[in-house]
Structures are given as structure tokens and as C-alpha cells.
Design a protein around this ligand. Structure first.
Ligand code: NAD
Length: 306
């Protein structure tokens, strides 16, 4: 595939680490800048390329070929995002323990002809939760949204000791399927599903609530649940990070509730990927400051345009 859409490492500036991001609609991704800036600050030669399936005229079914081409062209690793995380799981030779349990891979190391899969999404959420809400009660957590991000946050919540996790999704079958998987993985926790009509009752009894739906994004305004229904002291977490101050986070702050915005998970995921790829520990605070600056700039530019 020399000279193909992935490009050829020999034509690029020599990089000790060459990394890609495979997925769809990636042009606005902040990941390349986040990785490259932190790697440069760590003194590493590091190049991160967007490999957008749509722009390359490729389909998710080409993922196996693309992974082969990336390895042939000298890529050390690729991050994999929507809609390829489950597909990537099926294509790795070896998988880290938690990615194997999640059956989803968002990082593939390409080493010595082998593909090794990891999942840093759940690590990003876990680390963000521990750092951002160290005193969070894990007694009973309600989570809305059971797609890609929701699988990772639910896994992290249970790995952090959530005693009862209540899942809800506009697609009830999705919530039930995720609950089934998680019950098998975490038999000592209780994992249940909640219909929309039961949500307010569940919220009133929750110690923490998580939004893992796209609601709150600049292009998906709104909230997935009414934060006024929760008890004082209940913590509120959002996976959406564009903007960082979603409607949900703003309402929770107005009520004086402890909050965790989606920036922590996004940075945590990039931090863990960069560390696994390079073997060098990045500076989490520095990455977080950089990331928050980038999102704020983007949000104010959007507000000015509106
Ligand atoms: P997805 O489409 O895989 O899943 C979203 C789920 O939410 C679907 O199951 C959908 O049915 C459900 N849903 C939508 N509206 C709902 C509502 N009102 N109530 C209940 N359920 C509802 O999407 P995804 O990849 O999981 O992404 C979700 C959001 O998470 C996006 O905004 C994305 O940008 C964000 N995200 C953040 C991070 C991070 O690092 N912070 C990582 C991944 C994704």
C-alpha cells in the first residue's frame, strides 16, 4: 500500500513513534494534537496521523487490511474509534485482560508482526473518577446511555466497586444486553435496567448519576435526565466534553452537586494510550490543561459564530 491513503513512513519526517487513528468523521479530532504536543514535551519523536475511513474511501470491513498496511508501513500503534472498536477486538492476536472482558479494543499495538489490543476508554473513565470525585459513593449509580462510551463507563463503575448499577437507554434492548454482559463479569454487584418511566424514582435513590448519551453535545442539546430529581450530595458525571460545561453539568453545579465532566475521561484515555505506546509516563495535569484549553477555544469560536 506504499503511497496509498495511509501514506508511507519513509516519506514522512523520521519518527520514533508513528501512530494512527482509524475511524469515521475524525477531522475535528483533538487527539493528534494532544498526543503530539505531550510527546514533544517528553522529548519524544512522535507523529500521529488521522486515518479517516470515509476520507480514504474505505469501509469498516477493510479494518483488517488497514491494520496490515499500517504494520507494513511502520506504524507502531493505532487507536481505533467508532465504528471499529468491536471489529478490532476480533482482529487482534492478543488482548489485554480488561479489553478481553469488554470485547472492545481502542488501541492496537503493532509489534513484531503481532497485534495486541487494549481498551483505554474504561481506564480513562476510572482514572478520571478517582481523581475528580475521590469521595464518590459507589452505593447505587444510575447511568443513561449504553453504547460505546456507556459500556466503558459501566465497566469502570463496576471495577471501582459500584454495588448497584442501574442502566437505562432509549433502546431498552441495548440496556438489557449490556446489563447481561456486566452481570456475568461482576457477579458480586447488582446490575439492573430501568425503563424511562421508572427513571425519576431511580434518580431519587441514586448516590451518583452518569450521562453516557450524546445529549449535551453542541449538536445534540438537552439532558438525558432531570438532575433536579437527585438527592443533595449525589455526584453527577458526563461523558460529553464538547462543550465541557454541558447543560447537565451546569444544572448540577447550580444545585451545588459534585461533578465530573467528560474532559477527564477523554484525557485519561489519551494519557493511557500514550503511555502504553511509548512506555513513557506522560504528565496528566499538563495534558489536561492543554486539552481543556483546546476545547474552550473551540467552544468560544462556536459561540461567536452562532
Ligand atoms: P453510541 O451511539 O454508541 O451510544 C449512545 C447511546 O445513548 C445509545 O445506546 C442511544 O440509544 C442512547 N441514548 C441516546 N439518547 C438517549 C436518551 N435521551 N436517554 C437514554 N439513552 C439515550 O455513542 P457513544 O460512542 O457511546 O458516544 C456517546 C457520547 O459519549 C458522545 O457524545 C461522545 O462524544 C461521548 N464520548 C466521550 C468520550 C470521552 O472520552 N469523554 C469517549 C467516547 C465517547
Amino acid at each position: 500500500m506504499s503511497g496509498g491513503p495511509i501514506g508511507d513512513r519513509r516519506q514522512a519526517t523520521p519518527a520514533t513513534h508513528l501512530v494512527g487513528l482509524i475511524g469515521e468523521r475524525l477531522t475535528a479530532s483533538l487527539t493528534p494534537l494532544l498526543h503530539e504536543t505531550e510527546a514533544a514535551r517528553l522529548g519524544l519523536e512522535y507523529e500521529y496521523r488521522i486515518l479517516d475511513l470515509i476520507e480514504m474511501g474505505r469501509s469498516p470491513r477493510d479494518l483488517e487490511h488497514l491494520l496490515g498496511e499500517a504494520a507494513d508501513e511502520g506504524f507502531d500503534a493505532v487507536n481505533v474509534t467508532y465504528p471499529c472498536k468491536q471489529l478490532a477486538f476480533d482482529l487482534v492476536d492478543d488482548v489485554d485482560h480488561d479489553a478481553g472482558r469488554l470485547r472492545a479494543v481502542n488501541l492496537v499495538l503493532l509489534r513484531e508482526g503481532r497485534r495486541v489490543g487494549y481498551n483505554t476508554d474504561w481506564i480513562g473513565y476510572r482514572d478520571g473518577l478517582r481523581a475528580g470525585l475521590p469521595d464518590a459513593s459507589m452505593e447505587r449509580v444510575v447511568q443513561a446511555g449504553c453504547g460505546g462510551a456507556g459500556s466503558a463507563t459501566a465497566y469502570a463503575l463496576l471495577a471501582c466497586g459500584t454495588r448497584e448499577l442501574q442502566l437505562t437507554d432509549v433502546d431498552d434492548a441495548r440496556a438489557e444486553a449490556l446489563a447481561d454482559e456486566l452481570r456475568a463479569l461482576f457477579p458480586s454487584s447488582r446490575v439492573t435496567t430501568v425503563f424511562a418511566s421508572e427513571l425519576d424514582v431511580a434518580l431519587a435513590a441514586a448516590s451518583g448519576v452518569v450521562n453516557a448519551t450524546p445529549l449535551g453535545m453542541a449538536h445534540h442539546p438537552g439532558v438525558a435526565f432531570d438532575v433536579d430529581r437527585v438527592r443533595p450530595g449525589t455526584w453527577v458525571s458526563d461523558v460529553v466534553y464538547r462543550p465541557l460545561q454541558t447543560e447537565l453539568i451546569r444544572r448540577a453545579i447550580r444545585r451545588g452537586l459534585p461533578v465530573l465532566d467528560g474532559g477527564r475521561m477523554a484525557v485519561g484515555q489519551a494519557f493511557a494510550s500514550l503511555e502504553i505506546i511509548t512506555g513513557v509516563r506522560p504528565d496528566r495535569q499538563r495534558m489536561e490543561g492543554h486539552f481543556r484549553g483546546l476545547v474552550r477555544e473551540e467552544t468560544s469560536a462556536e459561540e461567536e459564530r452562532a
